[in-house]
Design a protein around this ligand. Structure first.
Ligand SMILES: Cc1cc2nc3c(=O)[nH]c(=O)nc-3n(C[C@H](O)[C@H](O)[C@H](O)COP(=O)(O)OP(=O)(O)OC[C@H]3O[C@@H](n4cnc5c(N)ncnc54)[C@H](O)[C@@H]3O)c2cc1C
Length: 375
């Protein structure tokens, strides 16, 4: 057991903190207020080597550890969770392509995502009627010569307005339910592909979330990623890693809420009363516990050991305590927690969705209970 970060992990954490302080934190409140997608900052993030951190070097990536990735997402989320989620989803897309893509797909997409030439990558799994039950997805594919024709709809797709590539799960029908699903890479210019309505969200207002329509969308067969009929496995593997990212995002939000509360109380009061001290101690202890769960899941992933159950624990716990912490921060600040005087109001709104996307808390507990009952 060693709780010391390696030099690489410390360097990446510091690089992310420096980047966030200069390019993100000063503008985050304004982006949120105006619903501005921070395309320039997202591009700069890639240029600073912070997008797709875990893509292996031999696949054109940075070859960093999942622990470094988790620490970087925490730093970005402290400054702006919309930026953090955009970078996290693009990183998940890049890692998935690096793992399952053909050499041609890797050569085409990885450099563009990691350099910022593509502002983002999107992960298009959810559909109306197929959220938690992703195996019920119904976007259909027909085969026509060297092409496939895709018809269907995806919903709530992060960064869809700016993505250069979409990983899209379709039903190709090799088997029932989760067995007949195949993954294709779709580009925004593809014939019959339309980016739909932008959601007007309660939080993450600087991140875009859109529906996608496929109306006889024509894509070459060469864009198939992974084996036919095995796409569900690809989605679940990607989400296992993605959950470390969402947990880190939630923890970054919680850490910032604690910092804001601490700073505000010290600025406005001569001494903190006993109850305030109790709450700060509890918030900080829970955030520390979440960090240990996240780093354990990331460490297991780095060791190439099973980490699905531990990532689900990290996600369920971190996102739920982050919501608790933000709620308590609003309560401790009173009026100042309800307006733009501090970042707490934005953190409170941004935090909620972390318990929903990439699997709700109930879905995480299904993953955990299946795993512990099998043991
Ligand atoms: C801001 C935002 C961004 C998103 N970005 C993306 C994206 O980039 N790509 C993408 O593919 N999707 C994305 N999503 C979709 C997200 O993954 C889904 O919202 C999520 O999976 C939940 O699905 P649902 O909303 O359909 O809820 P439902 O599945 O309808 O669930 C509703 C409630 O029922 C509970 N429930 C459902 N099934 C069970 C069960 N078996 N046991 C116990 N409880 C259950 C859920 O936990 C939840 O509380 C995003 C969503 C949001 C809000």
């Amino acid at each position: 057991m060693n709780f010391q970060l390696t030099q690489e992990q410390q360097d990446i954490q510091q690089r992310a903190a420096n980047f966030a302080a200069e390019y993100v934190a000063p503008y985050a409140a304004e982006w949120d207020r105006d619903e501005t997608f921070p395309a320039d900052a997202i591009k700069a993030c890639a240029e600073h080597g912070l997008t797709g951190l875990t893509v292996p070097k031999e696949k054109g990536g940075h070859g960093a550890s999942s622990i470094s990735y988790a620490l970087a997402i925490m730093e970005l989320a402290k400054a702006c969770s919309s930026t953090a989620v955009t970078v996290a989803v693009s990183s998940m897309v890049a890692e998935t392509i690096s793992h399952y893509g053909t050499q041609e797909q890797i050569d085409k997409y990885i450099p563009k995502i990691l350099s910022g030439e593509y502002i983002a990558g999107s992960f298009a799994l959810s559909e109306p009627g197929a959220g938690s039950d992703a195996g019920a997805l119904n976007t259909k594919v027909q085969f026509e010569g060297d092409d496939v024709i895709i018809n269907g709809e995806k919903c709530w797709i992060s960064s869809g307005t700016h993505a250069g590539v979409f990983v899209v799960w379709t039903r190709t029908g090799e088997g029932e339910g989760t067995r007949g699903i195949t993954t294709y890479l779709v580009e925004p210019e593809d014939e019959g592909f339309h980016i739909g309505r932008k959601e007007d969200k309660m939080g993450l207002r600087a991140s875009t979330t859109v529906s996608l329509q496929f109306e006889d969308c024509r894509v070459p067969q060469s864009r198939k990623m992974g084996e036919s009929g095995r796409g569900f496995r690809i989605a679940m593997t990607a989400l296992d890693g993605g959950r470390i990212g969402v947990a880190s995002q939630a923890l970054g939000i919680a850490m910032r809420a604690i910092e804001e509360t601490h700073t505000y109380l010290k600025r406005t009061q001569d001494t903190l009363n006993g109850e305030q001290r109790q709450w700060l101690a509890e918030m900080t202890s829970k955030a520390s516990a979440a960090k240990l769960l996240i780093l354990r899941a990331a460490w297991l992933k780095d060791q190439k050991r099973p980490f699905s159950e531990k990532a689900a624990m990290a996600k369920a716990y971190s996102t739920e305590i982050a919501n608790e912490i933000c709620q308590r921060a609003v309560a401790l600040l009173g009026e100042a927690g309800c307006n733009e005087e501090t970042a707490v109001e934005r953190l409170f709104r941004d935090c909620k969705v972390t318990t929903i996307y990439e699997g709700t808390s109930e879905v995480q507990r299904i993953v955990i209970s299946r795993s512990i009952l099998r043991d």
